[in-house]
Design a protein around this ligand. Structure first.
Ligand SMILES: Cc1cc2nc3c(=O)[nH]c(=O)nc-3n(C[C@H](O)[C@H](O)[C@H](O)COP(=O)(O)O)c2cc1C
Length: 180
């Protein structure tokens, strides 16, 4: 069956969902984003796609900084509140019942209840169709201690992923290829 091309992204799902926190210098802002991908390991670069007219975009253009906060499924309701359109002087972190905490290397605050935090400085932005591609260099990375597991990270059932609309999921199953 053929789909409208504009629906392709709904098949590339579920997608990890992050909360991006920014500041305009006075007010803090946070919103969920799922068009997110790592683009380089060294230097550490991360990209996300932001629709035009969003406070997140305006703040990043102003300060050149943002935090990628990784929420767990436990704060899904707060993530949902942050996705709503508020006037730009409304602090979604407080509005959603979450807590701001000082970031280590940049001015925008981090969100305390998340499980990982990537402090980023804007590398570049580029208009891409109906979105703007934002690439940031990750200057500082922190995770909650509970995530460390042997040599790896225990992210199963923690990282919140978006399917579509109000539907979210978490991954619960590890699959391995049967061949070497
Ligand atoms: C799970 C989820 C994922 C989202 N992903 C994106 C995204 O990748 N890009 C985008 O522009 N908007 C995305 N949105 C919509 C923004 O979160 C929403 O427009 C928000 O109000 C923007 O806030 P701001 O104006 O404070 O930046 C997403 C919403 C939800 C609920």
């Amino acid at each position: 069956m053929e789909l409208k091309t504009e629906n392709f992204y709904r098949i590339v799902a579920p997608r990890p969902t992050v909360l991006i926190s920014t500041t305009d210098g006075v007010n803090s802002n946070a919103a969920p984003f799922s068009f997110v991908m790592p683009v380089s390991v060294k230097p550490a670069l991360i990209a996300f796609s932001c629709g035009h007219g969003k406070d997140t975009l305006a703040n990043i253009r102003k300060t050149k900084e943002f935090v990628v906060n990784v929420p767990s499924s436990e704060i899904l309701d707060a993530v949902w509140v942050c996705s709503k359109k508020f006037p730009n002087d409304v602090n979604e972190i407080i509005k959603s019942g979450l807590t701001e905490r000082k970031s280590k290397k940049i001015k925008p605050p981090s969100i305390d209840e998340c499980i990982a935090w990537f402090e980023c400085k804007l590398e570049f932005e580029k208009d891409m169709g109906d979105h703007v591609l934002i690439v940031g260099e990750v200057l500082n990375v922190e995770v909650i201690d509970e995530i460390s597991k042997d040599e790896g990270f225990d992210v199963l059932e923690r990282v919140l992923m978006h399917l579509t609309g109000r539907d979210f999921t978490v991954s619960g199953k590890i699959l391995n290829p049967k061949i070497e």
